[in-house]
Design a protein around this ligand. Structure first.
Ligand SMILES: Nc1ncnc2c1ncn2[C@@H]1O[C@H](COP(=O)(O)OP(=O)(O)O)[C@@H](O)[C@H]1O
Ligand SMILES: [Mg+2]
Length: 401
């Protein structure tokens, strides 16, 4: 059973079908593209854990389900609820609760001595103002405890309009609870690891590209990432160790862990957050396999079925490079998109996509889904992919009126 049948879940349906599995898909959208590959459909919101659980149990009564998973969909609680109701491999419900609540997660990190940025819960504007103005830290990040995709994640300092940032960040969470953290300047990393027999395997690490941080401030908008990140062996080991300890603090000792990591100015890695699911943004499905030959999607399918994952599957077969970048046209009605033929000629082109068509509105950028489109290239090394991705970006013109 794959929770979610949207475009980013399609690669999991494909991988499952390649293994000859029968697939049950769940999604509230009857036209979700994953359903075309599914053998059975369940129409239910992926965010509604209770309703999904009920329907899954009912389905299981007539046709046994042998595994449940998701990819690129921040619904670990739904996955864990289904797994626990049916008796399938999964993280615990308690761990699932921690990974969907940034405050609970950070409290676990703190009590287990796992390095993470200073944080505090903020219940009102006065509290926010006094933390930011107390002089002990310069920049902060305010975010909903239960947000995703950088929605309502705001980079702030003493100069902001506190009423506005408080209301704006709150708008994006379901619970209305907010967390304030110290903003850690430094190299930002995206990791995807698999924990097996007490060891953390991280086949590839991407350096997130934040060259547009000032342009979109206070929103924190990522403009893609590059594999490999420039890290020495000692730092890579420290990152694996940190992820292992961070996961263990949440009660996770096996399976997939996705990390948002930052390296501070002393060279020490800190965890911004961990997720217990395969990532989106074509990281697990395109970039990691192209750079390392490792398919974490396959590993998660095996895990969900209770089958053996071998360390050999998790060790890179080669060391290549990939880069993903996004287009950021100005806001307005999209008149014309040109250059697609030229884009298709770029060497190493792995994938690209536009989120909007001609005639549609390009919004102002507030969150990741507002970006216009993405392009991913692969190559032998960083220099090669950086050149290629620049060419790829330049080949497309989006005329906005
Ligand atoms: N304390 C922080 N220091 C530095 N960067 C941060 C901090 N908090 C968040 N960020 C940046 O903002 C991004 C989004 O924040 P995150 O907490 O991961 O929320 P989301 O659930 O939206 O992914 C992170 O990947 C990171 O790049
Ligand atoms: Mg994140």
């Amino acid at each position: 059973m794959i929770i979610g049948a949207g475009v980013e879940q399609v690669p999991a349906y494909e991988a499952a079908k390649r293994r000859g599995l029968l697939v049950v898909g769940t999604d509230m959208n009857p036209d979700a593209p994953g359903f075309e590959l599914a053998d059975y459909k369940i129409l239910v919101s992926t965010r509604d854990a209770e309703a999904t659980k009920k329907q899954a149990v009912k389905f299981h009564a007539s046709r046994p389900v042998h595994g449940v998973m998701t990819i690129a969909n921040d619904v670990p609680y739904t996955v864990a609820s289904v797994a626990h109701a049916i008796g399938l491999p999964s993280i615990s419900l308690e761990a699932a609760r921690c990974v969907i609540d940034k405050l609970l997660m950070k409290e676990r990190f703190k009590s287990h001595g796992v390095a993470c940025p200073w944080f505090a819960s903020v219940d009102n504007v006065e509290q926010l103002r006094s933390f930011v103005n107390d002089g002990s830290r310069r920049d902060f990040v305010l975010k909903p405890v239960d947000g995703r995709g950088a929605r309502g994640v705001l980079l702030i300092d003493t100069s902001v309009d506190f009423d506005w940032v408080f209301a704006e960040s709150r708008r994006w969470g379901d619970s209305g609870r907010l967390i304030l953290e110290e903003f850690i300047p430094g190299m930002q990393l995206s990791t995807e690891s698999y924990i097996l027999d007490g060891k953390c395997y991280t086949p590839a690490i991407a350096e997130r590209n934040y060259s547009r941080l000032e342009q979109f401030r206070p929103n924190i908008i990522e403009d893609g990432g590059t594999i490999p990140a420039l890290l020495d062996t000692t730092t890579k080991k420290a990152i694996d160790n940190l992820i292992l300890r961070g996961a263990s603090a949440l009660g996770i000792t096996e399976g997939l862990i996705k990390g948002d990591i930052v390296i501070d100015n002393t060279g020490r890695p800190l965890i911004i957050e961990l997720a217990a699911r395969l990532s989106g943004g074509w990281f697990a499905t395109h970039q990691i396999p192209a750079a390392s030959g490792v398919s974490l999607v396959e590993a998660v399918i095996l895990y969900s079925l209770g089958e053996v994952v071998s360390p050999l599957q998790l060790i890179p077969k080669y060391d290549r490079a990939t880069a993903i970048r996004y287009w950021f046209p100005t806001e307005g009605k999209i008149k014309q998109i040109t250059g697609e033929e030229k884009l298709k000629q770029i060497p190493g082109l792995l994938a690209y996509g536009f989120f909007r068509r001609e005639g549609e509105m390009q919004p102002k950028i507030h969150m990741h889904p507002d970006r216009f489109g993405y392009v991913i290239v692969s190559g032998e090394n960083r220099d090669e992919v950086l050149t290629r991705v620049k060419q790829a970006l330049a080949s497309i013109q989006v005329e906005v009126g």
